[in-house]
Design a protein around this ligand. Structure first.
Ligand code: F6R
Length: 606
């Protein structure tokens, strides 16, 4: 993953580099580093762990160069120690890298045989060696980079500095995102436009295979043959990007509480005055397609899994759903002209992006449900339906998930209408339900004190099970994912009916089982599964609605009770107590809730 930045500036570069890195910390926080050119020579500072450590280092040992590059790392090749931290410097060349050089072993062996000495275990260092070797062979910096890039397999966004070149920064991209920013007498480079927000609001994006040559006066785009390219710049509205925790201790808590508002905003884009669904940019004839593919990773995948039930129920449309890292390596028999939906908060997830390109090359119309509207995914799609969650800072996704659900149910309803399988009456009844979602979510937030009490019990457990049927099954998967991400407690989500096919062997008094069972068509069966757990001494937390609570009426359960609500909208409200349970358990345990260990907000490596 990793985030990279570069500044060829007027004043000392380290402060703007650090500021830009702060906005990229969502991409990883295993280590960070900055290199600048001071009086023609490269100098760097690196530190293990979060950016705060690099800042302390810079406070005691400042850098004064006006041109520099910076990096925040999510470790892939090599431990998160200082030697493996970027920038890497070899023979007058410094570089930062986001991506993976897949043929790094072969290149390393070749370089070692020629006498190169490596100081890190990273794949990235080979690139610094290769470029430095071309420099020694007499190539100018741009020519040296151009010569090396075709030798690299895998993905990269790279930024280079060259000793003796105080007015030259080179960026290159293949597979990993890279943007450049225009200032007055200064230019910038960063993994995304948001990282450049405090520096400029005029940005352009590199395309795969592009090189960007930045000086204080201009930015030139070249292809690998050195031919000039035109890349349009655009003004980006950054006003919505101000992010604060408000009165909350953590971003995760703030983002959970924002959901009634942001889900309401997201829905408002798609519901018109006549109480019908309107998807302005979706020029898809749902009547002529025979299948939808939905592809995503992690939490976004679980949103897609819930949407599968909706597409089948409301649009009678078969859904092929897969996690992106599997989808792109299968021999999917795509029907020509069908629709492929990609779901992503960041719009930068490498596997989802690669799957999107895979679907495109197989003649699919590509629709993305995406939160970051300046992202690579949004730019690569035929149709974009934005979720209006706003910036999600907590690494564990919460509000983006429910906004994805809100958008996906609108697509399913619109598809049902245009396929003639959903009557006007049914559509307006569904839309009436959607309009009530923010208030159901607000009611779900009122469960917080009770959830906090239950979190005390969860926080002492070493494992937990989440079970549900129908749309409650993907919710169980999501509830388990949230808990393990932020508490490090081992948790599993299961289809409740599967319990007796194996996992029931785990049940004992120390294994809390969270049952998600509102009074829907699967309720009775879910209750039978719950009884099977109770009979074996498993402690139950039942997440249900009012009717479900009265039907269950078991003293063997702790009950979290939501109001009765339409089955179609229940997943959005039920997600809230699950998120709160994970959050409060983590807060009790004192983990790093917003930046859990080993994770990064945006997964830009495959
Ligand atoms: C979990 C989480 C991840 C992401 C996944 C996809 O809380 O945040 O599982 O959902 O990495 O990320 P996006 O949605 O950015 O494609």
């Amino acid at each position: 993953m990793c985030g990279i930045v570069g500044v060829v500036g007027r004043g000392p570069a380290s402060a703007p580099l650090l500021d830009a890195l702060r906005r990229l910390e969502y991409r990883g926080y295993d280590s960070a580093g900055i290199a600048t050119l001071e009086a023609g020579s490269l100098t760097r500072r690196r530190a293990v762990g979060k950016l705060a450590n690099l800042k302390s280092r810079l406070d005691s040992e400042p850098l004064s160069g006006r041109i520099g590059i910076g990096h925040t790392r999510w470790a892939t090749h090599g431990r998160p120690d200082e030697n493996n931290a970027h920038p890497h410097m070899v023979g007058g060349v410094a570089l930062v890298h986001n991506g993976i050089i897949e043929n790094h072993r072969e290149l390393r062996n070749e370089l070692k045989a020629a006498g190169a000495h490596f100081t890190s275990e990273t794949d990235s260092e080979v690139v610094a060696h290769l470029v430095s070797r071309e420099r020694k062979n007499g190539c100018e910096p741009v020519a040296a980079v151009r010569k090396v890039l075709p030798r690299l397999n895998g993905t990269f966004a790279l930024a280079f500095l060259f000793e003796g070149h105080e007015n030259l920064l080179i960026g290159a991209r293949k597979g990993s995102p890279l943007a450049v920013g225009y200032g007055r007498g200064e230019m910038f480079l960063g993994s995304d436009a948001i990282s450049l927000a405090p520096l400029t609001d005029v940005v352009a994006y590199l395309e795969d295979g592009d090189l960007a040559v930045l000086t204080r006066e201009q930015i030139e785009f070249l292809d690998v043959n050195g031919e000039r390219l035109h890349r349009a710049s655009a003004k980006i509205a950054f006003s919505a990007l101000a992010v604060h925790k408000g009165e909350h201790r953590h971003f995760m808590a703030k983002e959970i509480h924002e959901q009634p508002k942001v889900v309401g905003q997201t829905l408002a884009q798609y519901i018109d005055r006549n109480r019908t669904i309107r998807l302005p940019s979706v020029d898809v004839d749902f009547g002529t397609i025979d299948r939808v593919s939905i592809v995503a990773c992690g939490t976004a995948f679980y949103a897609g899994l819930i949407a599968k039930y909706w597409f089948e129920r409301y649009a009678k449309l078969p859904v092929e759903i897969d996690i992106a890292s599997e989808f792109r390596y299968r021999d999917v028999p795509f029907g020509a002209g069908n629709l492929a939906i990609f779901v992503s908060q960041s719009g930068e997830t490498a596997d989802t992006l690669a799957s999107l390109e895979f679907a495109k090359t197989h003649g699919q119309r590509v629709l993305s449900v995406v939160n970051v509207q300046t992202s690579t995914m949004a730019r690569a799609s035929n149709i974009v339906l934005p979720t209006l969650a706003g910036p999600e800072i907590g690494v564990a996704s919460t509000k983006a998930f429910t906004c994805q659900l809100a958008t996906l149910i609108c697509i399913a309803i619109a598809a049902g209408r245009s396929r003639g399988v959903l009557s006007a009456e049914d559509e307006s009844s569904l839309v009436r339900g959607l309009a009530e979602i923010p208030s159901y979510m607000a009611r779900a937030l009122e469960l917080e004190p009770k959830v906090h009490e239950l979190a005390r019990k969860i926080s002492t457990a070493s494992d937990a099970l989440f079970i549900g049927r129908g749309t409650n099954y993907p919710l169980a998967l999501e509830g388990a994912l949230k808990l393990k991400e932020v508490t490090y407690i081992h948790a599993e989500g299961y289809a409740a009916g599967e319990l007796k096919h194996g996992p029931i062997a785990l049940i004992d008094k120390n294994l809390p089982v969270i049952v998600i069972a509102p009074s829907d068509r699967t309720f009775e069966k879910a209750m039978s599964n719950t009884q099977e757990v109770i009979a074996r001494g498993g402690p139950i937390i039942l997440l249900t609605d009012q009717k479900g609570a009265s039907l269950a009426a078991s003293s063997a359960c702790s009950v979290l009770e939501l109001p009765d609500m339409p089955q179609s909208v229940a997943p959005l409200a039920l997600a809230v107590p699950l998120q709160l349970l994970a959050y409060h358990s983590a807060a009790i345990l004192g983990t790093d809730v917003d930046q859990p260990r080993n994770l990064a907000k945006s997964v830009t490596v495959e």
